[in-house]
Design a protein around this ligand. Structure first.
Ligand code: KG4
Ligand code: ZN
Length: 338
């Protein structure tokens, strides 16, 4: 790997798995630049349109990379490697980032390091001053994934539980949609719930054995509940929106934490625990997670807001970790959707 005496090893990270075109530069694992261009074009469609996402990535990727290099105050020739999201994600969107990263790395004569997007979210918990220690349990909650993982080391990751249907972020978004909220609904529910009373519209936790999750039943329960209430009172949604948001959020957050801490009780040697992924930006989840950790004498870790939702710093960091673990460059690595 190219080493620049005294200034560190620079890695460029590229993320294009969904609707954020992102590039970041890390020097020896520390973030020097983290640029994110979020695609607003999907808002009017109520969800991400894959073809539009690919085209937007194509439009913005070179600019975003250029901006990251400028902000990090380096030239492409200073880079030692280019890490990029290989998957999972939208296949066309991934191809834009992967092709750009591999061509860029090839032109510079440096390795292109493929990174698993979920591993990126997992390792984003290290992008902060107070570093978690191994063994570490991480609850990854995003628009596409909900899983509990046990990290014995940066490269030894053991899955403990996953969703059997929808992801937690997907539940926020789909339930928000039927409440009439724009996409992505998670942040809107978060904001509205702050002024709502969760006890007015309680929903029971889904029932699944072990440490897995299921959210599709909750979505259906809210749909029928809203239909029934609206039939009796057409003003129901307009009047009760914050309380409904609070009830839904309390259920999702409470359920996520119930499964996470059940898994931790079965692994008492794990004293460090973290949450990651877009839903970890949720304020109730952050607060209750930390309260639970403190009550149990566990060390809780949450990435800063900017590293919770999709970003390229986590991809660059994962690439750096992979490289340090002895990554062998491949001639060409295909993206994968799931
Ligand atoms: O990690 P991410 O940016 O993209 C994926 O890899 O999916 O996560 C996006 C998800 C969306 O479902 C969005 O609604 C949710 O994260 N989200 C939130 C909040 N901020 C983002 N959900 C609840 N509360 C939030 N504050
Ligand atoms: Zn993500």
């Amino acid at each position: 790997m190219r080493q620049l005496c005294g200034v560190g090893t620079f890695i460029l990270g590229i993320e294009s798995s969904c609707d954020d075109t992102a590039a970041a530069v890390l020097a020896d694992g520390a973030v020097r630049a983290n640029i994110i261009s979020t695609q607003l074009v999907h808002r009017e469609h109520g969800g991400v349109v894959p073809e539009l996402a690919s085209r937007q990535h194509q439009l913005y990727i070179a600019r975003v990379v250029q901006q990251a290099l400028t902000e990090a105050n380096i030239t492409p020739q200073d880079l030692a490697a280019v890490a990029y999201t290989q998957g999972p994600g939208l296949i066309g969107a991934l191809h834009v980032g992967a092709s750009f990263a591999q061509a860029f790395a090839f032109g510079l004569g440096i390795p292109a390091v493929p990174v698993n997007h979920i591993e990126g979210h997992l390792l984003s918990v290290f992008l902060q001053e107070t570093q978690p220690e191994y063994p570490l349990a991480v609850l990854t909650v995003s628009g596409g994934h909900t899983q509990i993982s046990l990290l014995e080391s940066p490269t030894k990751i053991i899955p403990l539980g996953t969703t059997l249907d929808d992801a937690a972020g997907e539940a926020f978004d789909k339930i928000g949609k039927l409440m009439g909220l724009p996409y992505p609904a998670g942040p809107h529910i978060d904001r509205m719930a702050a002024s709502g009373d969760a006890a007015r519209h309680p929903f029971p936790f889904p029932s699944v054995s072990g440490y897995d999750f299921s959210f599709s039943g909750l979505k259906t329960a809210v749909l029928y509940y809203v239909r029934k209430q609206t039939a009796q009172d057409p003003e129901f949604l307009a009047r009760e929106l914050p309380h409904l948001a609070a009830g839904v959020q309390a259920c999702i957050v409470g359920y996520l934490l119930k499964q996470l801490f059940a898994a931790l009780e079965a692994h008492p040697h794990v004293r460090h625990v973290a949450i990651a992924g877009g839903v970890s930006a949720n304020r109730e989840l952050r607060q209750r997670f930390m309260d639970e950790c403190n009550a149990r004498g566990l060390q809780g870790h949450i990435p800063p807001f900017g590293y919770c939702t999709d970003n390229a710093a986590m991809i660059a960091y994962s690439g750096w970790v992979k490289w340090q673990a002895g990554f062998v460059p491949q001639p060409y690595t295909q993206p994968f959707a799931s």
